[in-house]
Ligand binder design. Structure first.
Ligand SMILES: Nc1ncnc2c1ncn2[C@@H]1O[C@H](COP(=O)(O)OP(=O)(O)OP(=O)(O)O)[C@@H](O)[C@H]1O
Ligand SMILES: [Mg+2]
Length: 494
């Protein structure tokens, strides 16, 4: 059963219960006041008609009724009537006696010229002996008894009491008020039902539609519903979930895209050396290398390409392992100054060979700046960075400078060259895998674009950061930071 139907039933139920309670209360009240199970319809009627007079008035009326039945002529005795009227006046009522259509006695309390006309006609059956009437704005209740005088003339005796106009008014208005009450109940119920369906059912419908959309894979929408109640909170949670889903889908698509790109890059980079190896082997097979020198040259080239291939596969392997966080870092305290010394020493011949002047201020920095690092991987990083400086050097006067700065927490290493520099638009990308600034320009250098990507993975694996400053045609500075070992003394090296 839908919430809407449940709500409708519960509201109707409440309405029916309220009306029943109202009817039962009215019924009980009627029984309590009249001792008669006349039902709600008779409630006000019975109450007023049976009790138009008070108890004392009623007992005087009964005496008069007795007289009218047994000694009707005594009701022509003015003195007797006056006595009775006096008794009635003490309880705020009055007496009226009629013979045919002429009043024999009229209590002066009424002082009402139209009384005669307002009184009911003669009825010997005495069908209705109690009732009310009004003259203008004044209301009266009466008890009446019709009889015959001994001479056969029609006689009527009335005990009349003026009532509060409010009591009469409410008696008249009671049916209207009851209908009004029921109307108000029904309308209030309808309004409440509408309000609840609007604030509960509609938002739920909206949520259901949204869930339906998500099921169909559509996440490109926004749930616009801002209420502060539980439904609003549910909605907010739902919207958050949708956003998260959207993000994860976007991320997955991005991943997918970059995986495709990676595969295409790998195939491309592997194909180049393989194609040349194939070409030279075909040359040898076809007898193009017909002299020992040529043969030597061809084999030399094939070997060099195979080495390139090996290096590329090696780099790819390392990169993917770093990317998947499958490489363990064996951290140890490393004296960064001595470490850089070693690296530069290792490269000294290559550097001299290329005519590069190296400026390394290690000795000035001091001897004992310790960092926490994986020695082997850190070396790979430094060689990749310096390797780039050597590769992208285009000046006649070649310079390379390595420097080091340390504060209490971090050590920053800078490798600066006066090479060709990197175009500004390429700078944000050079740490991406396979990215090469202007590949056409550095075709001859033959890099795969993995060097700096590996360097970044390694440095970030150490908890440090790596960045570059470069000016096209002037030179490039690559910086990286490493955390200082807590054992190394402060200020010692600064
Ligand atoms: N010192 C530098 N001077 C000028 N350009 C540089 C320098 N270092 C890096 N680059 C640019 O950044 C790109 C990315 O460098 P990265 O080391 O990642 O790749 P690569 O050197 O091309 O190939 P690999 O290092 O894998 O052999 C290079 O292709 C080059 O265009
Ligand atoms: Mg490189």
């Amino acid at each position: 059963m839908s919430i809407r139907i449940k709500l409708l039933l519960s509201y109707t139920g409440m309405l029916v219960i309220s009306l029943l309670m109202f009817a039962v209360t009215a019924g009980l009240f009627t029984i309590a006041t009249t001792g008669d199970i006349g039902g709600f319809r008779d409630f006000y009627k019975v109450h007023y008609q049976l009790n138009p007079l008070t108890e004392q008035e009623e007992s005087i009326f009964l005496e008069l009724k007795y007289l009218a039945k047994n000694e009707p002529d005594s009701l022509q005795d003015k003195q007797l009537l006056r006595d009775y009227d006096f008794k009635l006046r003490t309880v705020r009522a009055g007496l009226y006696v009629r013979r045919e259509s002429n009043p024999i006695f009229e209590s002066f309390t009424f002082n009402q010229p139209d009384l005669e006309k307002a009184l009911p006609p003669y009825d010997l059956d005495n069908n209705q002996i109690r009732n009310t009437f009004n003259i203008g704005e004044r209301f009266y209740a009466y008890a009446k008894f019709d009889f015959k005088f001994t001479d056969g003339a029609k006689g009527s005796v009335f005990v009349i009491r003026e009532r509060s106009p409010f009591a009469e008014l409410s008696r008249k208005l009671l049916p209207v008020l009851s209908f009004l009450l029921i109307g108000v109940l029904v309308v209030a119920n309808m309004l409440l039902y509408r309000w609840i369906t609007r604030s509960v059912v509609k938002p739920l419908d909206l949520l259901r539609d949204s869930a339906e959309r998500i099921k169909e894979g559509n996440l490109q929408f926004k749930l616009e519903l801002h209420s502060k109640d539980e439904i609003g909170q549910l909605n907010e949670a739902f919207e958050n979930m949708r956003e998260r889903l959207q993000q994860s889908v976007d991320l997955r698509l991005q991943d997918e895209e970059s995986r495709k790109e990676l595969i295409s890059n790998i195939s491309h980079d592997l194909r180049t050396p393989i194609t040349s190896i194939k070409g030279y082997i075909e040359g040898i097979r076809d007898g193009v290398a017909d002299t020992p020198e040529k043969m030597d040259k061809y084999v030399g080239i094939i070997y060099a390409k195979a080495v390139d291939l090996d290096k590329l596969v090696d780099e790819l392997f390392l990169y993917s392992k770093l990317d998947l966080k499958q490489v363990k870092f064996s951290m140890e305290p490393v004296n960064i100054v001595r470490f850089l010394d070693d690296c530069i020493d290792e490269l000294r011949y290559t550097l001299e060979d290329k005519g590069i002047v190296i400026d390394w201020d290690g000795q000035r920095t001091g001897n004992a700046v310790e960092v926490i690092a994986d020695l082997e991987k850190l070396k790979r990083t430094v060689l990749n960075i310096i390797g780039n400086s050597l590769k992208y050097m285009d000046k006649a006067h070649k310079r390379l400078s390595v420097s080091l700065q340390a504060d209490s927490e971090w050590v920053t290493v800078e490798v600066r060259d006066n090479g060709m520099g990197i175009p500004a638009e390429a700078v944000p990308h050079i740490f991406e895998r396979f990215y090469r600034a202007e590949p056409s320009r550095n075709l001859s250098t033959g890099g795969s674009g993995l060097g700096l990507a590996i360097a970044r993975q390694i440095i970030e694996g150490h908890g440090g950061s790596i960045w570059v400053n470069s000016e096209l045609g002037v030179g490039t500075s690559v910086f990286f930071t490493l955390k200082r070992s807590t054992n190394s003394g402060r200020g010692e090296s600064e």
